[in-house]
Design a protein around this ligand. Structure first.
Ligand code: 5AD
Ligand code: SF4
Length: 484
């Protein structure tokens, strides 16, 4: 039998894109491919692209330039491009880059193995159509050869697309209309992941807490959203899945919080005490022009209600500076809001005009140097707040899902605590904790980027009781590795 073909996947962008790449990798494993160890020696290269800001898009063009030599170095090599840039540019990308064999849109992942196979016969192809069927969520279970970079954790898609059309955002144009996945399929996927050792899931969707809203309210396109339940009910069902310890979801939109979801934060122990809730700006005038459908008051009220339900809730956010027409006073309102909420962390971006979006036509753009200055001031404030939040945690024992080597090098390992903070700690003498397992860590030091802790050893090392007869994941992995 001939050696199996090797693939290399490069991914830009959000968790949704990372997860799309996982789906493609898993599909390729099911079609006899293996992941390549070396990008230069791969037979199939796939770039999964992002178009949220211009910078991400430009990276694709520079990658494609570099891949000409790789493609020419051996016969039969295939190059595919997928994701949001493809959805935006269509097959123009294939006309512009003669060495690209196939392009696939965000709803067409399932066609990748067939397109890659056709490419080896010299057939170029493009699949860009939007799918309105929940079948597009159906992918095979994890193949034994599928290697996740995230031991013990998994992303699970619950909805896709966005119907909100914020004036700066290209996503509704690249990811299409909002559609929710039937609840039974989500539960089945999570059960299967948990049975195989996944302890933490992150539910994904562009406006994830809009999950099921069309069906719940009898709105249009009920056919495309049949079999859903309200988002809070979905969380409760998933919390009952044997073996699962943690549930997260990202990214919610402020307007889709209802009483049930807020209450869920106080009532479901597995629901992590962290919410990433993009606010984008602290100025009502800017929020209006962004077409965000909420004001700062609504946002602050929501934060208050969430904190009333779960007092230790950690809140992080996304912010855009330099949106057209943003004045110094608007920007100061953003700084004030950031202080008032006390975000534990935040991602902040300079506004980047995107093709086809209304804001890109606004005449009153903010000069680059002003936007850069605001970005730096905002980030400096956030660093201060993050460090203060981290310092307040010193002395506490927290539960960490161990991931792998830390960026700090040496014998340092890293993982995330329930608040989604990175915690670094030294490996135990026995080499543990095994990635994908939950350990108790005492926080001993705070830095602006992470917490530093010490693993509690001995009987207290496992902070959760073994649930529902499943083996403790630490034991499971240990025996898998040592063969015991
Ligand atoms: N320019 C800058 N940032 C943007 N984002 C989305 N669109 C743009 C844009 N055109 C940011 C928002 C969003 C995050 C994923 O990316 O803050 O929440
Ligand atoms: Fe973009 Fe707004 Fe939809 Fe988020 S809610 S994906 S920012 S249009």
């Amino acid at each position: 039998m001939s050696e199996s073909r090797r693939f290399w996947l490069r991914t830009y962008g959000c968790q949704m894109n990372v997860h799309d790449s996982e789906k493609v990798a898993n599909l390729l494993c099911h079609h006899g491919y293996t992941a390549s160890e070396d990008p230069d020696r791969a037979d199939l290269w796939i770039v999964n692209t992002c178009s949220i800001r211009d910078k991400a898009e430009q990276r694709l063009y520079s990658d494609l330039g570099g891949l000409r030599a790789w493609k020419a170095a051996a016969p039969g090599r295939a190059l595919g491009v997928g994701g949001c840039v493809v959805q935006q540019e269509g097959d123009a990308l294939m006309r512009r880059f003669g060495h690209v064999d196939f392009v696939f849109g965000t709803h067409n992942l399932r066609w990748v193995p067939a397109m890659a196979e056709a490419a080896t016969r010299g057939v170029r192809s493009a699949r860009l159509e939007e799918s309105h069927s929940p079948e597009r969520f159906d992918f095979p279970e994890r193949h034994p050869d599928f290697a996740t970079a995230r031991p013990g954790r998994a992303y699970v898609t619950v909805m896709e697309g966005c119907d909100l059309f914020c004036s700066f955002c290209v996503v509704p144009r690249t990811r299409g209309r909002e559609i929710s996945r039937p609840a039974h399929a989500i539960v089945a996927e999570v059960e299967s992941l948990a049975a195989a050792g996944t302890r933490e899931i992150t539910l994904l969707g562009q406006t994830v807490n809009a999950y099921g809203r069309h069906e719940a309210r009898g709105l249009r396109r009920a056919d495309a959203t049949a079999g859903t339940v309200p988002f809070a009910a979905l969380l409760r069902r998933l919390a009952a899945v044997p073996g699962l310890a943690r549930i997260r979801y990202t990214s919610p939109h402020p307007i889709f919080y209802d009483d049930e979801l807020i209450r869920a934060h106080g009532e479901i122990p597995a629901l992590c005490p962290h919410v990433h809730l993009p606010v984008q700006s602290g100025s009502d005038a800017v929020l209006r022009r962004m077409r965000r459908r909420h004001g700062t008051d609504d946002y602050l009220r929501l934060i208050g209600r969430l904190r009333a339900a779960r007092p230790d809730l950690a809140i992080t956010t996304d912010l855009i500076v330099g949106f057209p027409g943003e004045t110094e006073a608007d920007f100061r309102d953003t700084l004030a809001l950031v202080r008032e909420v006390g975000f534990v962390d935040g991602f902040s971006f300079k506004y980047s005009p995107r093709p086809g979006t209304p804001a890109a036509l606004a005449p009153d753009g903010v000069p680059e140097s002003v936007a850069q200055d605001r970005l730096e001031r905002l980030q400096s404030l956030q660093r201060e707040l993050t460090l203060a939040a981290h310092r307040a945690r010193v002395g506490e024992t927290t539960e960490v899902l161990a991931e792998g080597p830390s960026r700090r090098g040496g014998r340092q390992r890293a993982g995330r605590d329930p608040y989604h903070r990175i915690v670094n700690f030294a490996a135990r003498a026995d080499g543990g904790p095994v990635p994908g397992t939950l350990v108790a860590v005492e926080v001993v030091e705070a830095t602006p980027h992470s917490l530093i802790g010490e693993v509690r050893s001995g009987a207290g090392a496992s902070v959760r009781p073994v649930k529902n007869g499943l083996p403790d994941a630490d034991e499971h992995w240990r025996s898998a590795i040592t063969g015991a």
